[in-house]
Design a protein around this ligand. Structure first.
Ligand code: ZN
Length: 300
């Protein structure tokens, strides 16, 4: 494993638990290419280690992850051709043109990465806090269990802020149910941690100052199960859901996602792959704040 810049990797509880921390707090743990490549390496390292039973994924700083990195200095450097460009930009479709390039790069680094982590041969726990939006949801949903701080909120803002139908890994209807998925994508409104707990998406809710300690204790409880039982529980659920259509639906919705990007590229003469203000999508930097979902107010 190469030197870690964007995450940390700790082995705890006599090697039975690994804690991976997204560690770009100044960028609110935005998922740059460097971070995603390191995160994949870290997950694979934990998967290869026969002593590891549970992997905790958490974020340093004010929130778990703000989503894909759309504009930090690091992310511009990674994309810009030259000596500092990230090496993954010249493989896996990075040298191709137009929609082929975007489709292949997003398939490798957003779609298939996430699916690989969802199928990791270990039990994974996302430990989240703060606002969890868009690609933050995607990485969180790839985990088997979700433990959240009391201040956590969840929103899918790509419909209202980017003119997109969802993120690349479209687990939304499976996590939220079909109608709530439509509502959240059409409004951008957020769910409280209690709402998320009541629909079964969140496993536990702890006070923010106790989150790390209690998540570790809970991971210790899960790590007591024989690893074969844990793996087969996970696999039984994953195979059930795959047989209900999860995997095929993910593939189908990934293609729709790429169609959505291609639409914006066509509409903006190839300048942008996301919606722009002249097409009714506010610039994402000045988009209005996310509102909590309300039962009896129109909102907006
Ligand atoms: Zn995309």
């Amino acid at each position: 494993m190469t030197e870690l810049r964007y995450i940390t990797y700790e082995t705890l509880d006599d090697g039975r638990i690994v804690r991976i921390t997204l560690n770009r707090p100044d960028a609110r743990n935005a998922q740059s290419r460097g971070l995603l490549v390191e995160l994949n390496d870290a997950f694979l390292r934990a998967e290869a280690d026969d002593d590891v039973r549970v992997v905790i994924l958490c974020g340093a700083g004010p929130m778990f992850s703000s989503g894909h990195d759309l504009g930090s200095k690091d992310s511009v450097r990674e994309r810009t051709p030259g000596p500092d460009q990230h090496p993954s930009m010249s493989i896996n479709g990075g040298t191709k043109l137009a929609a082929e390039r975007l489709m292949l790069q997003e398939w490798h680094y957003f779609f298939e990465n996430t699916r690989r982590w969802r199928n990791l041969r270990k039990i994974t726990i996302a430990q989240v806090h703060g606002p969890v939006y868009a690609a933050g949801l995607m990485v969180m949903w790839a985990c088997d269990l979700i433990i959240a701080a009391e201040d956590t909120t969840f929103a899918e803002v790509v419909g209202t802020r980017l003119g997109m139908c969802g993120t690349e890994y479209f687990a939304h209807p499976w996590e939220l149910g079909p109608r709530l998925t439509k509502e959240l994508l059409l409004t951008g409104d957020s769910l409280t941690v209690d709402e998320a707990h009541s629909i079964g998406m969140v496993t536990k809710v702890f006070r923010a100052d106790e989150l790390a300690e209690k998540t570790l204790a809970y991971a210790g409880r899960i790590a007591e199960r024989p690893s074969v039982a844990s793996l087969l529980v996970k696999e039984s659920v994953n195979q059930s859901v795959d047989n209900m259509g999860f995997y095929n639906a993910l593939n189908a919705c990934f293609t729709l996602h790429e169609l959505n990007h291609a639409h914006w590229a066509w509409a903006t003469n190839g300048q942008y792959v996301l919606g722009t203000p002249e097409h009714g999508v506010p610039a994402w930097r000045d988009a209005p704040p996310v509102q909590p979902r309300s039962k009896n107010e129109v909102g907006g």
